[in-house]
Structure formats: C-alpha cells, structure tokens
Design a binder for this molecule. Structure first.
Ligand code: F0G
Length: 400
C-alpha cells in the first residue's frame, strides 16, 4: 500500500501525513496491491452488508475501526421515475440512508480510523455542511477533537445542527467553501490537525464502496451509466476508483460510463469537460440553491476529469429550477427525499435523455447523496405552503 501523485506519479508512504504532492502540488491517491486480494463473490456475500464487507479494499491495517455501521444503503428500482424520464431501467442509490444522512460517512469511517492510526489528536475540515456533520459524529465516536470551518450563512440548517450536536468546534468563515478550505489547509499544518476534506486520499477509499455496493446489489452486473453530483469532486473520483479496483480483482468484467452533474452556477468541471480540457478554470463566485455543491475550485477536479474521460462518460450542468423540479419528482414519484445537491443527478439524467446523450435502453444508476432533512428550509421556500384552518368539517371539506 502506498500513496501516489495522480499527476507526476511520485510516491509516498501511507505512514506519512501528506495530502498533496510535494513535487507538483497535485492530489494523491492510495494504491493498493489488488493482486494480493483473493475474494470471490460468494465470500463477500457471506458478510454483513455494510462498508466493511469490502475490508480487503480498505487501506486500514488494524482492527480498531471507528464505525457507525455506514454503507449498506438501499438501491431502489425506480420504475415510476424511469417511466417519467423515459428510460428503461433506473436505480437510485440512496446515500441519505447513512448514519448522519450522507455518503460522507463512508469516507469518515476510514478517514477517522486512519487519523487514530497516525496518532492524530484532532481532526478538521472545511465544509458546505455534510462533511462537517459526518466528521463531527465520527470524531465524537473516536474521542478526538474536531474543528470545522463553514461558509457563514450558507450552511443548510440540518447540517449545522448536526455539527453542533456532536460537539465540534464550529467556526463560520466570511467567505465561500473554497476560501474556508484554503484556510483549514494552512491551519492543519500549523496546528497539527489531521485534515479530513476529500483532498485526503484515505477518505475517498471509504467512498469507493458506493461502487462495490452498486454491483453487489445488481448481482455483480455492471450498470451502463452511473450519474453522480459533483462539488469538490471527490465522490465521483472515488466511485470510479471502486469500479476499476473491482475489475482488477476479477469481481466484474466491465466498467460504467461515469456521468458528473454540477449546478450551472458552480460548474467549472462541466465547462472543462465540454472543452475537452484536463484542467479547470476556477470560478470565484459560485452560486446555487444546492449549497452542498456551491464550490468554484474543486480540489479533485483532475481526478474527476480523468474518470469522465477514461470511462467515456459525460458531464452536464443544471439550473436551480431544474434541481428543484427533480427533487420534487423523486420525492413524489418514488418516496425518496433528498437535499437539492443530490437531486442534480436526477435533473442531469433527465436533461441528458432529452438531449439524446443518454440512450433510453441504458441501465442507469443515479447516486443521491444526502437526505432531505438536511435542508428543510428549501422546502418551505420552494414548495407550496400548508394551509391552516378552523377545526371544522365544513372548512376541512373545502380541501378534500
Ligand atoms: N452531494 C452532497 C449532499 C454533498 O454534501 C456534496 C459535497 C456533494 C454532493 C459533492 O460531493 O464534493 O465529493 O463532489 N459536500 C462537501 C461538504 C463539499 O463539505 O459537505 P463531492
């Protein structure tokens, strides 16, 4: 097991605390010895269905794991939504079903376990909300200090409440996520705080389990396409890595087309993809109703673009109106409540089907990343208001 720069390929030990390449500044990835993993589909099936079913693929040596029983989330066959969008087979991977209500828990079980292995006394992150909620919970479980930097006034209520509830030191920053991330990166070096943003390669190792579970749940058949919301772009990169490792281990034969969706007000990766570029032009003032992905300088953009190109995938952006419309569709056709950022995968798929980019015969998985209760305020802002009446049957009958 080692760390390797995705750009210049320089290698580092996994015992060293290093987040980006000292030579070229690019992001790092964990490289595992996949050949040494001997696992059959049957072996896997005998184990409980959660992230740690895939233990051999996780870069953790010891047995003391910080876990809240993350992963094992439902994959729904969304027949009503498929019909509405006009595709044959559509599945929803509902990451809102994780312990703190988002996919971030997959990264944090590995990341915080690694923090303990490295003897860290404190962990920290910048966040648009979910990362901080998750880190706060896992740090509480591990018994270590937690510092979170949040763009002041731009965090959905549920997420902020979680970070406070679990006892993190919550610090609002007068600036956006990109500014907060720059600051915590500097602080992590100066004050010996183990950084658990997705620039930390160990976190993505946990998140790659989304790919493992998807194929496991589809009886080891690989979907044609996996659609993922993109913010800081760790998740799409992690999922792609997961598919590739399962193929390398001989557990699957094919790979899906990775399709990343951003909000149009924060879409540097989509713009770069459409121009065929390998690097993004950062956006200084990202803006979207989907606050979770209100990010203009995604640190994992190089990995995400690689995933899109390598997998023969696609990238698209969606407007705030399209996001709310998709959130409503998913909630009202399938009974799945998600926060706005999560609905981008649905909105993006709908758009790509309309554009003819996605074939109607494809087998598609949309990843939805966070629970609706993370951001209850958006419902009161963007949806119809409940009525209030006198407790009288005549009054009531007007509405029935
Ligand atoms: N969906 C939700 C609900 C998120 O919270 C995030 C990221 C994403 C999608 C995008 O994932 O960054 O891996 O591309 N939230 C981070 C946070 C930035 O701080 O909670 P990504």
């Amino acid at each position: 097991m080692k760390l390797r720069c995705v750009n210049c390929k320089r290698e580092y030990s996994t015992e060293e605390i290093v987040y980006t390449c000292k030579a070229c500044g690019s992001v790092l990835e964990v490289v595992l010895d996949i050949d040494s993993i001997e696992l059959s589909r049957e072996d896997l099936r005998k184990r409980p269905f959660n992230l740690w079913r895939y233990r051999e693929f996780m870069p953790i040596k010891g047995d003391s794991i910080v876990t809240l029983n993350e992963g094992g989330t439902p994959l729904y066959n969304a027949k009503r939504l498929a019909e509405e969008i006009g595709v044959k087979e559509l599945y929803i991977k509902n990451e809102g079903a994780n312990p703190t209500g988002s996919f971030k828990d997959r990264g944090m079980t590995v990341g915080v376990t690694k923090a303990l292995e490295l003897n860290a006394k404190a962990v920290g992150c910048a966040s648009t909300g979910n990362t901080s909620a998750s880190l706060a919970a896992y740090a509480a479980k591990a018994g270590i200090k937690c510092y979170v930097l949040l763009p002041a006034g731009k965090i959905a209520l549920g997420k902020l409440a979680q970070a406070i509830l679990h006892g993190a030191k919550v610090i609002g920053i007068k600036g956006n996520f990109d500014v907060a991330l720059k600051l915590i990166r500097e602080a992590s070096e100066r004050f010996n705080i183990y950084l658990l943003n997705s620039v930390n390669p160990f976190r993505l190792e946990g998140q790659k389990s989304e790919a493992f579970e998807i194929v496991d749940q589809l009886n080891f058949e690989v979907p044609d396409r996996v659609v993922v919301p993109m913010g800081n772009c760790g998740n799409i990169s992690a999922i792609w890595k997961g598919f590739k490792e399962f193929k390398e281990a001989g557990l699957i034969d094919e790979l899906p087309m990775m399709t990343g969706i951003q909000a149009s007000g924060a879409s540097p990766v989509v713009k770069a993809f459409k121009k065929g570029k390998k690097e993004i032009e950062p956006e200084e003032n990202p803006e979207t109703i989907a606050t979770a992905i209100r990010i203009g300088k995604p640190v994992n953009a190089p990995k995400a673009l690689k995933a899109l190109y390598e997998s023969n995938g696609y990238a698209e952006s969606v407007s705030d109106e399209e996001i709310i419309e998709a959130q409503k569709l998913l909630a009202r056709r399938e009974g799945i409540g998600v926060e706005p950022a999560s609905a981008t995968s649905i909105a993006g798929l709908k758009k790509l089907v309309e554009q003819g980019v996605v074939d109607k015969d494809e087998r598609i998985v949309c990843v939805v990343t966070g629970h609706a209760l993370k951001d209850p305020e958006i419902v009161f802002k963007a949806y119809e208001k409940p009525v209030e009446i006198e407790p009288d049957i005549k009054e009531l009958s007007k509405y029935l």
